[in-house]
Design a protein around this ligand. Structure first.
Ligand SMILES: Cc1ncc(COP(=O)(O)O)c(C=O)c1O
Length: 459
């Protein structure tokens, strides 16, 4: 019988966790079961996921920021179906196809005037790998600086720029000459740059892990220092790019003009893996300096036409649906709606971020009654409280969120940029309910915590 996707899915419905346990990463399946997130999703629509029982889940994770336009966007679907039906001459390789040219032109038109060329790849980490290689080659220097808490992906080069030991341990030696500097400290940055051997300073303008930010003075100062010492300033916009923070690019908030911008997650509407490294002609002319070097950096699937079509349709949809403005307005509304909860709950300490990239920070409560419970949880497992928020938000209210990083009490929100007041109100009410339980010392929330700590400890 010919391949039939629908019958295959039907016949094997519900076997997803079993298959992952047997053939993929069993620990991921264990973690998801432990925190009660083992579902069989059958559909994705806009801001929602729908499971096999027809239950709807509000997706405030957006595939780690991929679904800026929401899931199953009709314009991108139509464009991809059209592309398949056109039988495009995909990946001829010894060819300069039209669609990569059009997508590069569209991206360049949306960046500052010194960014003139694109390299296409398949992921955020690959876009960073290109930025590392291009910077080293173009400057003739060997070192790369990154910020503490940074996350730029998990391939070898990108991992060398990771601010978390938990990701690096046991995978060394990584790339030599990669050093962390503290975000917000210009003196520390200048001490490193002054040595004259730093090819690039690679940064997220808003850090994905923890939603940490620095001041405008820091960013303008950091960029100026990079210019003074001949170091390339690389803005990793893999997560923040394409409207997430309420501007098309997060670096626009600070009036910056990076030498290299990396972009990925939202660029193909969530349908096809894609990444891009955008930089100047001068830099490209150094790396690809002569015909013998025409393919000195490349990847087989980099300019594949489905990714290019999805990218073109996504960029146009971002414009047509005024996605960037909507993200800004929705973000302001979400932050405003959360203010009363900040005042109401002792352990809710801060809401930070820009647009629809938001971190909710929790900390030790001041009341004696709550303090002892908090300490008990924290001693069982640091950062456990944030899991006590994410768990009930999902299990009781069917809202998907994430803990922002290991060992911190920060919950991160990355809603689709199309979300509106209805989704915001639903989220805020649900958070109020969960925090209210935690605050009243309800056994529900703390029991969940104790069980979680026990299973975490027994892993
Ligand atoms: C800022 C940033 N850079 C790079 C990456 C790596 O992207 P990918 O997972 O597609 O390799 C991520 C992924 O979360 C990211 O947030």
């Amino acid at each position: 019988m010919a391949f039939d996707l629908a019958s295959l899915m039907d016949a094997r419905r519900g076997e997803n966790f079993k298959l992952h346990q047997q053939f993929l990463n069993p620990q991921l399946a264990r973690v998801l079961k432990t925190i009660g997130m083992d579902r069989f999703y059958e559909k994705g629509e806009g801001c929602y996921l729908i499971d096999h029982e027809g239950q709807r889940y509000l997706d405030f994770l957006s595939g780690f920021g991929v679904y800026a336009l929401g899931r199953s966007h009709p314009v991108i679907k139509k464009a991809l179906k059209e592309a398949i039906d056109l039988d495009l001459p995909n990946m001829v390789q010894l060819d300069c196809a039209l669609l990569p040219g059009l997508l590069a032109e569209a991206l360049v038109a949306r960046t500052h005037e010194k960014l003139e060329r694109c390299f296409f790849c398949n992921s955020g980490a690959e876009a960073i790998e290109a930025a590392i290689k291009f910077s080293k080659y173009a400057t003739g220097r060997s070192r790369i600086l990154y910020a503490e808490h940074a996350f730029h992906g998990l391939t070898n080069g990108a991992l060398s720029l990771n601010g978390g030991k938990e990701f690096k341990n046991g995978f060394g030696p990584l790339l030599p000459g990669c050093d962390a500097v503290r975000l917000g400290e210009l003196g520390a940055l200048e001490r490193e740059l002054r040595r004259g051997d730093v090819a690039a300073f690679v940064v997220e303008l808003i850090q994905g892990k923890g939603v940490y930010m620095a001041s405008e003075e820091y960013w303008t100062g950091a960029e100026a220092l990079c210019r003074r010492y001949g170091t390339l300033f690389v803005a990793d916009e893999v997560q923040t790019g394409l409207g997430r923070t309420g501007r098309l690019w997060a670096h626009e908030h600070y009036g910056l003009r990076p030498d290299i911008v990396t972009v990925s997650k939202a660029l193909s509407g969530g349908f096809v893996p894609i990444g891009a490294t955008i930089t100047s002609s001068a830099l490209f002319e150094k790396v690809f300096s002569k015909m013998e070097r025409a393919v000195v950096h490349s990847t087989t699937f980099g300019r594949n036409q489905l990714a290019m079509v999805a990218g073109l349709a996504t960029l146009q949809t971002i414009d047509d649906e005024e996605i960037v403005d909507r993200a800004r307005v929705a973000g302001e509304s979400l932050v405003k709606s959360l203010q009363p909860l900040l005042e109401k709950y002792d352990m809710f300490k801060e809401v930070r971020g820009k647009g629809l990239m938001i971190g909710l920070e929790f900390g030790e409560p001041s009341s004696l009654r709550l303090k002892s419970r908090w300490k008990m949880l924290e001693s069982a497992h640091k950062g456990l409280f944030s899991q006590l928020i994410v768990g009930p938000l999902f299990n009781r209210h069917r809202i998907l969120t994430q803990v922002a990083a290991d060992n911190v009490n920060i919950v991160k929100l990355l809603p689709p940029l199309i979300c509106g007041q209805e989704e915001i109100d639903y989220f805020v009410e649900a958070l109020d309910d969960v925090l209210n339980d935690a605050h009243r010392n309800s056994s529900l929330v703390f029991e969940f915590g104790k069980n979680l700590a026990k299973s975490a400890l027994h892993r």
